[in-house]
Structure formats: structure tokens, C-alpha cells
Write a protein that binds this ligand. Structure first.
Ligand code: GLA
Length: 695
């Protein structure tokens, strides 16, 4: 059956629209326009029907989901092969459905030769300016097919003067480094082959036209917790097409006759207001993903940097007592609490509290923490195993391995093959068991190594190890949240190695980096907040000089920095002086007053970590209060000694006619937006928290 072609459908977001059409030939779906309401009324900014010498029409067309038959030369989203090696699946449009609110669209295609069906799905969550897209494949033929490339879709962006791409790269302890690349022509690619989104690149990209960086910005982010790739290609005609999807590191996927395959959701975002506006579009989306779990996060204490592996009841209780006095709400015991775990060479897999460390029993220890008025949290890393562990001795075949080849330890540990049902059952029942057995409110779920071995002992390939691991990980998170709705889950992967939109929908908070050194952390958080909402940003005040960054900053700087998201303390507070403790208690009390605005407010990122101006503004949803967190990023020697005028922070989105007060001074919205809010730095005053109230 073929359907009428030439139809077009418009999906409507809060301020944006996304219009697609099936051209008269019916072979693919094309973008008409993506931008503010009304952008589709007029000639398409992306369509092209001129000559294409040495190319095909599909290579130049703004195709939404292209096979290698559609785009043989300029990059396809989907490449399918028959068992005898034949490619070039090509579709015919068969059907489409759109809902009455113009928020959900499904467009069907079939390949007449193989009978492969593809449905391209769109969804615009209510109240957002994002479009979620995913593809379902169904092998309706009689022969097995191989999926050689499994992209989720292509997003087309008009970049007539050149594409300005923004991306986030990094490494362990230096995640979320925001960087910009001008792409004249050719391809720019990022990805991960690690079975996890990884520290090296974030599955997030922003595209602007080089002529107007403060203007329209388009974003693309992938909801996939395994290996992935994003590629942006700018063609000779000025169209940038970004394709995103899984990276098939285990080889082609098998799609048996009758089988279906759902490909990950890729999400597009649009803002007329540059990267800063785009960040707000992502924030709105992630807050909706969190749903009723978008709660004010507790102030937590984590003992990792205070005691490392030397965890035992008395020192933990000493820390907990001080934490409670400071106003901390949740006390988290990190790595080192379970049997055999005295350093990172042993113990992972044996998730039983070490009786030598908790002689009165783990229950008693938790009860003592709770008696201080604190909630209790625990660190786990249940997908990993040390060779020195009972679990590994009993189940050496549970780890990823290639028969006859040596295993690659990373941080002295191997990775469990979570795709195996018995392993998934072990991981789920281990964590579920801990949550049932002990009075736990908070879980830090860590993951400290990528997958190196593309195999399963005795396994016959090809196997979709990546897909199976991710699917079971997601299922376990969903199950734990369903069965333990009051437990908050922090996702960590040696810092920020596992942050993608699928995890943002399943975890409550991310640990973005092990680096809490103030100036490094500022850059990490600045990048992070471009892609992620503040409720996902876990941040600790640690000791100075810290592990990574010896450049001193005041305790105030470190607190204001950690308040930009979910405030925590990771310092050895036993060593803090009474004055430091009093200052900390003051900051924590102030955080509790503003955290609702940090969690729900409209965020404006002002300046940047390498600029004289660096602040984050949070405007309460009712516009009555504005919180500004500001940091002095420059050298501290001499600041405030010579005559120096205040730094002025231009605030955004305020009513120019309204009046605002910081308790002492009064400003008009127009002054704050134009001249800016003054902050005066000195060697002892290098950060500020300012709350403005609308008169
Ligand atoms: C990882 C995490 C840290 C800490 C350690 C414990 O490195 O990122 O925060 O939990 O593991 O071993």
C-alpha cells in the first residue's frame, strides 16, 4: 500500500514548530522548517531542488531519515544489508498519523524488496520546545537482515554563512569543556565506543550560523547510555545536517524475520537566543523528564574525600555529627563499606557491609546516623567486579570476555555482562536487597570502567552487547525507582562519564566530575549547565587545596559554586575550625532559602569561566525573586588594593519597568539589564550570592 504524498505535518511546541513533508516521489520524509511559530509559512529555509551534478537529489535534500539508497554519498542514517550482502534499502511512504494537538506524529515507510518497515516517530512534550524522534524498524520479510548503521535521525539546520558548532569534550576530572568549532565544509564528528557515553565527549551538539551567534541556536542530544556517534556535515549549499545515533561497536545488529528494533530517541531543541537560550530549552525538557521527582534536593555530605577507603563506623559518625550541626540533610557513605574493600584492588561484587568496619552492625550504624536527624545514602558500583572477590571466584564467566584472549582490567576491575539475564537479576536483586534490608534514602550508583572486551565467554557473534547492557541498565533503574520511590539515585561514572538524556530521565542527579577544584569546577559546571538543568548538578565543597586544583579560593567561593546545583560537602569537616563551621552553616541555611529557585528558576548563564564576568542567574517562575551566583575568575593578587570599579553583571529576562532590591540597594530592571548588577571583588571576597526581590 502506498499513501498520498506531498502531505505536510506541523508539530507545535510552546514557542516553536517543526514541519515535515513527504515529497511527491514518496521515498522519504523531508524537513520543511524548524524554528519559531510561523517559520513554516514561507519558502523553506532548507529545501533544495536545483541541479546536483555528480550527486543524487537525496544527497542534497533535507531528509529526516535517510537510507544509503537516499543519500549514497553524503551520509545515511540507516544502512541495511541482506544476509548475502546486498545493500540500498529504499523506502516507499505508506501511512501517517498525527494527534489533534500536533504533538505526536508517526510516518510509515516500507521497503518493497526486503519488506523492512520503518516508522519515524515524533513527539513534542507539552510545554517544551524540543522534538523527540525515534525510529522503529520491523522486519516483515522472510529473511534475516543486518543493520549495519543504526542512526536515530538527521536534523537539518540552515547555516548559510558557515556552521558554528558547540560541543563538550573532556577526560576524567575535566569533563564538560565547552568548545566551539567553525565548520566551513566537511564533517565534524564526536562519539564514544566505550559502551557508555564517556568522559571524552557529551552526546550533545549545538549548531548556529556563524553570522549570528547570539541568534537562533539548534541543539541535538541523544538519549542513549551506550556507544554513540554524532556527525555534522555542512554541504556546499550551506545546509548542516547532523545525524545522531548508536555506534555499533559490536558489529551489525541482526534483525530476524518478524523481529522489531527500536532505535534510541534523539532530541532536537530550538531557541532564538543563542546557546544561553538553548540551555533553558534543555532545562525545561529535563525538568519535565523528572516529573514529580523534580523536588528540592537535600544538602548532602559525602565522606569519600575525607576518609577514602578507610571507612569505619566511628570516623563516619564523627563526620556525620558535624555534618548534622552544619545543617546537612543526607549523609552518604562512599566506596569502602563492604567486605574486602580496603583499596581499589578488591571487593567489588561482594556487597555485604564489612563487619570489621561496622562491629555493632550496619543497621546500628545507620540508625546512629539517622538519630542525628540525617537521611542515609550509600555508594554502589554493581556492574563491576574485582578479580579479587567472591563474586568473580564463583562467576568468572559473568564478565565480558573474548574467548582465548586476555581480559583488560581498568582500575583493577572487570565489567559484568549486564545483558545476561542472570547478571541483570544479580545486579537488580543486590541493589534492591540493600534498599529493602537497610534504611537507605539515597544511592550513588557508580561505574568506573568502560567496556573493553566485545564478547561473552562461549558466545557466538555478533551479539548486541551494547544494546543489551543499556536496556537492562535502564530497566533496573526504572524498577528500583518504581519499587523505592523515595530513594534518590545519583548517577556517577568516575565523575561525569554517564550523562545522557536517557539517564536524565532515570536518575535524579548526576555527579559531573571528581574534580572539585574551584576554578576547574567552575568550567565543568558552566559546560554542564549548557546541557543539563541545575537539579541534575551535584556539587561538593571540598578542602583547599584540593586533589586537582591548588589555586586557592575562599570557602565562600566554594560554597557559592556548589550552590549552583545540588549542594553537598565532601571535605574533611573534622578539621574545619569553629569559624569555618559557622560560615558553612550560614551558607547551607542560605542555600535552603534559595534552592527552590535554583531547582525551578529560569537560568541565564552570564559571561563564562574564562571571562571577567562569570555568574549564573536564576529567576523564580513567578518572577518575584532573582538569585545571582557570581564568581571572581581573575587573579586574586592585588584585587581590591588598587582603585577598582565593580564588575557589572548584565541580568537577563527582567521586567525593565520593575524595581528590584537586594535588601540595601534598589535597581530598575532596565538598569540591571543594561548597566548590570555591581559586584566588587577583593582577595577575600571572590564570590557572591545576591538575592533580588521585586518591589
Ligand atoms: C569514582 C567516583 C568517586 C568515588 C570513587 C570511589 O571515582 O567518581 O566520586 O565514588 O569512585 O571509588
Amino acid at each position: 500500500m502506498t499513501a498520498a504524498t506531498g502531505q505536510r505535518w506541523t508539530l507545535r511546541g510552546a514557542h516553536t514548530e517543526y514541519t515535515v513533508t513527504v515529497p511527491a516521489h514518496g521515498r522519504w520524509l523531508e524537513l520543511v522548517a524548524w524554528g519559531p511559530h510561523g517559520v513554516s509559512d514561507g519558502p523553506s529555509p532548507v529545501a533544495y531542488d536545483g541541479p546536483v551534478p555528480f550527486l543524487t537529489a537525496g544527497d542534497a535534500a533535507p531528509i529526516e531519515y535517510a537510507t544509503d539508497a537516499d543519500r549514497p554519498f553524503t551520509g545515511a542514517d540507516l544502512v541495511i544489508e541482506t544476509v548475502d550482502g546486498k545493500r540500498r534499502v529504499g523506502f516507499v511512504h505508506t501511512d501517517a498519523r498525527i494527534d489533534a494537538y500536533q504533538r505526536e506524529l508517526a510516518v510509515d515507510f516500507v521497503d518493497p524488496v526486503t519488506r523492512l518497515r520503518a516508522t519515524v516517530h515524533y513527539r513534542v512534550p507539552e510545554g517544551t520546545d524540543v522534538v523527540q524522534r525515534w525510529v522503529e524498524l520491523s522486519n516483515d520479510g522472510t529473511d534475516e537482515l543486518r543493520v549495519v548503521r543504526a542512526g536515530s535521525g538527521g536534523f537539518c539546520v540552515p547555516t548559510p554563512h558557515g556552521a558554528l558548532l558547540s560541543h563538550q569534550w573532556g577526560q576524567w576530572s575535566q569533563e564538560f569543556q565547552l568548545s566551539h568549532v567553525e565548520l566551513g565544509h566537511g564533517t565534524f564528528g564526536i562519539g564514544s565506543s566505550q559502551g557508555v557515553p564517556g568522559h571524552l565527549h557529551v552526546p550533545w551538539l549545538a549548531v548556529r550560523d556563524t553570522a549570528g551567534p547570539a541568534g537562533p541556536a539548534w541543539g541535538i542530544a541523544l538519549a542513549w547510555t551506550g556507544s554513540w556517534e554524532i556527525r555534522a556535515e555542512r554541504d556546499t549549499g550551506g545546509l548542516t545536517r547532523v545525524r545522531a545515533g548508536r555506534q555499533l561497536v559490536d558489529g551489525p545488529l541482526e534483525l530476524a524475520a518478524g523481529e522489531r528494533l527500536s532505535l534510541p530517541v534523539v532530541t532536537g531543541a530550538y531557541s532564538p537566543d543563542g546557546l544561553d537560550g538553548l540551555a533553558r530549552v534543555w532545562h525545561t525538557h529535563q525538568r519535565l523528564l523528572a516529573g514529580d521527582r523534580l523536588t528540592d534536593r537535600p544538602v548532602l555530605y559525602n565522606s569519600w574525600e575525607a576518609t577514602y577507603f578507610a571507612v569505619e563506623a566511628q570516623s563516619q559518625l564523627a563526620l556525620a555529627r558535624i555534618a548534622a550541626e552544619l545543617g546537612v540533610e543526607t549523609f552518604v557513605v562512599d566506596d569502602g563499606w563492604f567486605v574486602g574493600r580496603n583499596d581499589d584492588t578488591a571487593g567489588l561484587g561482594d556487597w555485604t557491609p564489612d563487619p570489621a568496619k561496622f562491629p555493632a552492625g550496619f543497621d546500628t550504624f545507620i540508625a546512629e546516623v539517622r538519630a542525628l536527624g540525617l537521611n542515609f545514602g550509600l555508594w554502589v558500583e554493581p556492574e563491576c567486579v574485582n578479580p579479587k572477590s567472591t563474586l568473580y571466584a564463583e562467576h568468572p564467566d559473568w564478565v565480558y570476555a573474548v574467548d582465548g584472549r586476555p581480559l583488560t582490567p581498568v582500575r583493577n576491575q572487570y565489567l559484568l555482562d549486564l545483558g545476561r539475564p542472570e547478571v541483570a537479576e544479580f545486579v537488580h536483586s543486590t541493589v534492591d536487597g540493600l534498599l529493602r534490608r537497610y534504611d537507605i534514602d539515597y544511592l550513588k550508583w557508580d561505574f568506573n570502567r568502560p567496556r573493553t572486551e566485545p564478547g561473552r565467554p562461549g558466545g557466538v557473534g555478533p551479539l548486541d552487547l551494547d544494546g543489551a547492557h543499556v536496556a537492562n541498565l535502564h530497566r533496573i533503574f526504572e524498577r528500583l525507582r518504581r519499587d523505592h520511590p523515595d530513594v534518590l539515585i545519583e548517577a556517577c561514572a568516575g565523575g561525569g562519564g554517564r550523562t545522557d538524556l536517557a539517564m536524565a530521565a532515570r536518575a535524579d542527579v548526576f555527579w559531573p566530575s571528581d574534580n572539585t577544584g574551584p576554578l576547574d569546577r567552575l568550567a565543568i559546571q558552566y559546560g554542564f549547565l549548557h546541557a543539563n538543568a541545575p537539579h541534575l548538578l551535584s556539587s561538593w565543597v571540598t578542602d583547599a587545596p584540593g586533589l586537582f586544583d591548588p589555586r586557592p579560593r575562599t570557602l565562600g567561593f566554594r560554597f557559592v559554586l556548589a550552590m549552583a546545583g545540588v549542594l553537598g560537602i565532601g571535605a574533611d569537616i573534622r578539621a574545619w575550625t569553629p569559624a569555618e563551621r559557622a560560615e558553612a552553616a550560614g551558607w547551607i541555611a542560605r542555600y535552603k532559602e534559595i534552592r527552590e529557585i535554583v531547582t525551578r528558576g529560569e537560568v541565564h548563564l552570564i559571561g563564562g569561566p574564562d571571562q571577567a564576568r562569570c555568574a549564573v542567574q536564576y529567576t523564580a517562575p513567578d518572577q518575584r525573586r532573582v538569585v545571582v551566583l557570581a564568581w571572581h575568575t581573575g587573579r586574586l593578587d592585588g584585587a581590591g588594593l588598587l582603585p577598582s570599579r565593580p564588575v557589572r553583571l548584565p541580568l537577563r529576562g527582567l521586567d525593565p519597568a520593575a524595581r528590584y532590591s537586594d535588601g540595601e540597594r534598589h535597581y530598575s530592571g532596565s538598569h540591571l539589564g543594561g548597566v548590570g548588577l555591581p559586584v566588587q571583588w577583593s582577595a577575600t571576597h571572590d564570590a557572591d550570592l545576591i538575592v533580588l526581590t521585586r518591589d
